[in-house]
Ligand binder design. Structure first.
Ligand code: IMP
Ligand code: MG
Length: 173
Protein backbone atom coordinates (compact mmCIF):
# COMPACT_ATOMS: atom_id res chain seq x y z
CA UNK A 1 0.00 0.00 0.00
CA UNK A 2 1.28 3.50 -0.75
CA UNK A 3 1.79 5.86 2.21
CA UNK A 4 -0.91 8.36 3.19
CA UNK A 5 -0.25 12.08 3.63
CA UNK A 6 -2.25 14.27 6.05
CA UNK A 7 -1.79 18.05 6.01
CA UNK A 8 -0.33 19.37 9.28
CA UNK A 9 0.43 22.95 8.18
CA UNK A 10 -0.85 24.57 4.99
CA UNK A 11 1.16 26.58 2.48
CA UNK A 12 -0.57 29.72 3.82
CA UNK A 13 0.30 28.95 7.48
CA UNK A 14 3.92 28.26 6.52
CA UNK A 15 4.15 31.53 4.58
CA UNK A 16 2.82 33.56 7.51
CA UNK A 17 5.26 31.92 9.90
CA UNK A 18 8.23 32.48 7.57
CA UNK A 19 7.23 36.17 7.40
CA UNK A 20 7.09 36.37 11.22
CA UNK A 21 10.54 34.77 11.58
CA UNK A 22 11.96 37.09 8.90
CA UNK A 23 10.70 40.17 10.77
CA UNK A 24 12.38 39.00 14.00
CA UNK A 25 15.66 38.19 12.25
CA UNK A 26 15.70 41.45 10.27
CA UNK A 27 15.29 43.41 13.50
CA UNK A 28 17.99 41.50 15.38
CA UNK A 29 20.68 41.26 12.67
CA UNK A 30 20.68 44.87 11.47
CA UNK A 31 24.30 45.94 10.92
CA UNK A 32 25.78 42.48 11.67
CA UNK A 33 26.25 41.20 8.11
CA UNK A 34 25.38 37.64 9.19
CA UNK A 35 26.44 34.50 7.37
CA UNK A 36 23.16 32.67 6.83
CA UNK A 37 24.04 29.01 6.75
CA UNK A 38 21.51 26.60 5.28
CA UNK A 39 21.69 22.93 6.20
CA UNK A 40 21.16 20.88 3.06
CA UNK A 41 19.16 19.37 1.75
CA UNK A 42 16.07 19.82 3.92
CA UNK A 43 16.34 23.60 4.40
CA UNK A 44 16.61 24.58 0.74
CA UNK A 45 13.01 25.77 0.28
CA UNK A 46 12.76 27.42 3.69
CA UNK A 47 16.11 29.13 3.14
CA UNK A 48 15.05 30.49 -0.26
CA UNK A 49 11.77 31.86 1.10
CA UNK A 50 13.33 33.25 4.29
CA UNK A 51 16.32 35.11 2.84
CA UNK A 52 14.15 36.91 0.29
CA UNK A 53 12.30 38.44 3.24
CA UNK A 54 15.42 39.50 5.17
CA UNK A 55 15.84 43.20 4.59
CA UNK A 56 19.52 43.47 5.65
CA UNK A 57 22.96 42.88 4.12
CA UNK A 58 23.92 39.23 4.57
CA UNK A 59 25.93 36.42 3.02
CA UNK A 60 24.83 32.88 2.27
CA UNK A 61 26.51 29.50 2.46
CA UNK A 62 25.38 25.90 2.69
CA UNK A 63 26.60 22.88 4.55
CA UNK A 64 25.42 19.37 3.92
CA UNK A 65 24.90 17.12 6.91
CA UNK A 66 23.41 13.68 6.92
CA UNK A 67 22.36 11.39 9.74
CA UNK A 68 19.43 9.49 8.36
CA UNK A 69 20.12 7.36 5.31
CA UNK A 70 16.79 5.98 4.17
CA UNK A 71 15.34 5.39 7.63
CA UNK A 72 12.94 7.44 9.76
CA UNK A 73 15.28 7.39 12.79
CA UNK A 74 18.54 9.26 13.09
CA UNK A 75 21.57 6.96 12.98
CA UNK A 76 22.99 9.05 15.85
CA UNK A 77 26.07 9.88 13.80
CA UNK A 78 26.36 13.02 11.72
CA UNK A 79 28.29 13.01 8.47
CA UNK A 80 29.49 16.23 6.84
CA UNK A 81 28.74 15.59 3.19
CA UNK A 82 29.67 19.10 2.06
CA UNK A 83 31.71 21.47 4.23
CA UNK A 84 31.75 25.26 4.39
CA UNK A 85 33.25 27.52 1.77
CA UNK A 86 33.00 30.84 3.65
CA UNK A 87 35.38 31.54 6.60
CA UNK A 88 33.66 31.36 10.00
CA UNK A 89 36.08 33.11 12.33
CA UNK A 90 34.53 36.27 13.81
CA UNK A 91 31.26 35.88 11.84
CA UNK A 92 27.71 36.03 13.15
CA UNK A 93 26.23 32.74 12.00
CA UNK A 94 22.53 32.15 11.57
CA UNK A 95 21.92 28.44 10.98
CA UNK A 96 18.80 27.70 8.95
CA UNK A 97 17.46 24.21 9.54
CA UNK A 98 14.28 22.47 8.41
CA UNK A 99 13.49 20.51 11.57
CA UNK A 100 15.11 19.73 14.92
CA UNK A 101 14.34 16.22 16.10
CA UNK A 102 16.75 14.41 18.47
CA UNK A 103 18.99 17.50 18.33
CA UNK A 104 22.09 15.54 17.35
CA UNK A 105 22.58 17.37 14.04
CA UNK A 106 22.35 20.87 15.55
CA UNK A 107 24.51 19.90 18.53
CA UNK A 108 27.18 18.69 16.12
CA UNK A 109 26.99 21.81 13.94
CA UNK A 110 27.06 24.30 16.83
CA UNK A 111 30.15 22.56 18.24
CA UNK A 112 31.83 22.66 14.84
CA UNK A 113 31.08 26.38 14.33
CA UNK A 114 32.27 27.20 17.84
CA UNK A 115 35.59 25.47 17.20
CA UNK A 116 35.93 27.49 13.99
CA UNK A 117 35.67 30.72 16.04
CA UNK A 118 32.22 32.10 15.14
CA UNK A 119 31.40 35.40 16.92
CA UNK A 120 27.82 34.23 17.53
CA UNK A 121 25.72 31.23 16.54
CA UNK A 122 21.92 31.20 16.43
CA UNK A 123 19.54 28.58 15.11
CA UNK A 124 16.43 29.23 13.06
CA UNK A 125 14.37 26.07 12.57
CA UNK A 126 11.02 26.10 10.82
CA UNK A 127 9.84 22.94 12.57
CA UNK A 128 10.67 21.50 15.97
CA UNK A 129 9.82 18.18 17.62
CA UNK A 130 10.77 18.96 21.26
CA UNK A 131 9.29 15.70 22.56
CA UNK A 132 11.97 13.78 20.62
CA UNK A 133 15.00 15.60 22.01
CA UNK A 134 18.01 13.51 23.13
CA UNK A 135 20.52 16.39 23.28
CA UNK A 136 19.54 19.89 24.46
CA UNK A 137 19.49 22.46 21.65
CA UNK A 138 18.59 26.13 21.90
CA UNK A 139 16.35 27.02 18.96
CA UNK A 140 16.48 30.83 18.83
CA UNK A 141 13.89 31.26 16.08
CA UNK A 142 11.32 28.49 15.94
CA UNK A 143 8.40 28.27 13.51
CA UNK A 144 6.09 25.39 14.43
CA UNK A 145 6.04 22.73 17.08
CA UNK A 146 5.39 19.34 15.48
CA UNK A 147 4.08 16.24 17.27
CA UNK A 148 6.11 13.03 17.41
CA UNK A 149 5.39 12.00 13.81
CA UNK A 150 7.41 11.75 10.64
CA UNK A 151 6.69 14.75 8.43
CA UNK A 152 7.43 15.57 4.79
CA UNK A 153 7.06 18.43 2.33
CA UNK A 154 8.40 22.00 2.04
CA UNK A 155 11.92 20.59 1.66
CA UNK A 156 11.62 17.64 4.05
CA UNK A 157 11.91 14.16 2.62
CA UNK A 158 11.34 10.54 3.29
CA UNK A 159 13.91 8.55 1.33
CA UNK A 160 14.51 11.65 -0.89
CA UNK A 161 10.85 11.90 -1.87
CA UNK A 162 8.18 14.56 -1.15
CA UNK A 163 10.59 17.54 -0.81
CA UNK A 164 8.66 19.40 -3.51
CA UNK A 165 5.27 19.34 -1.75
CA UNK A 166 4.13 22.88 -0.85
CA UNK A 167 2.74 22.16 2.64
CA UNK A 168 3.85 20.05 5.61
CA UNK A 169 2.33 16.58 5.83
CA UNK A 170 2.37 13.76 8.32
CA UNK A 171 3.48 10.56 6.62
CA UNK A 172 1.43 7.51 7.58
CA UNK A 173 2.12 4.01 6.34
P1 IMP B 1 18.23 15.29 14.58
O1 IMP B 1 19.71 15.15 14.56
O2 IMP B 1 17.54 14.04 15.07
O3 IMP B 1 17.72 16.52 15.30
O4 IMP B 1 17.78 15.32 13.09
C1 IMP B 1 17.57 16.44 12.38
C2 IMP B 1 17.54 16.13 10.90
O5 IMP B 1 16.80 14.94 10.61
C3 IMP B 1 16.82 17.25 10.20
O6 IMP B 1 17.77 18.11 9.64
C4 IMP B 1 16.03 16.55 9.13
O7 IMP B 1 16.75 16.55 7.93
C5 IMP B 1 15.86 15.14 9.60
N1 IMP B 1 14.50 14.90 10.15
C6 IMP B 1 14.14 14.82 11.45
N2 IMP B 1 12.83 14.60 11.59
C7 IMP B 1 12.34 14.55 10.32
C8 IMP B 1 11.01 14.36 9.79
O8 IMP B 1 10.00 14.20 10.49
N3 IMP B 1 10.91 14.38 8.43
C9 IMP B 1 11.98 14.57 7.61
N4 IMP B 1 13.23 14.76 8.07
C10 IMP B 1 13.41 14.74 9.41
MG1 MG C 1 18.10 18.44 7.71
Amino acid sequence: MSPKLDVLFTKQQIQETVEKLARQITAEYEGKNPLVLGVLKGSFIFMADLVRLLDIPLEIDFISLSSYGSKKESSGKVKMVRGLRAPIKGRHILVVEDIVDAGITMDFLVGYLRRKGAASIKICALFDKPSRRQVPVKVDYSGFEVPDAFVVGYGLDFDEKYRNLPALYRLKD
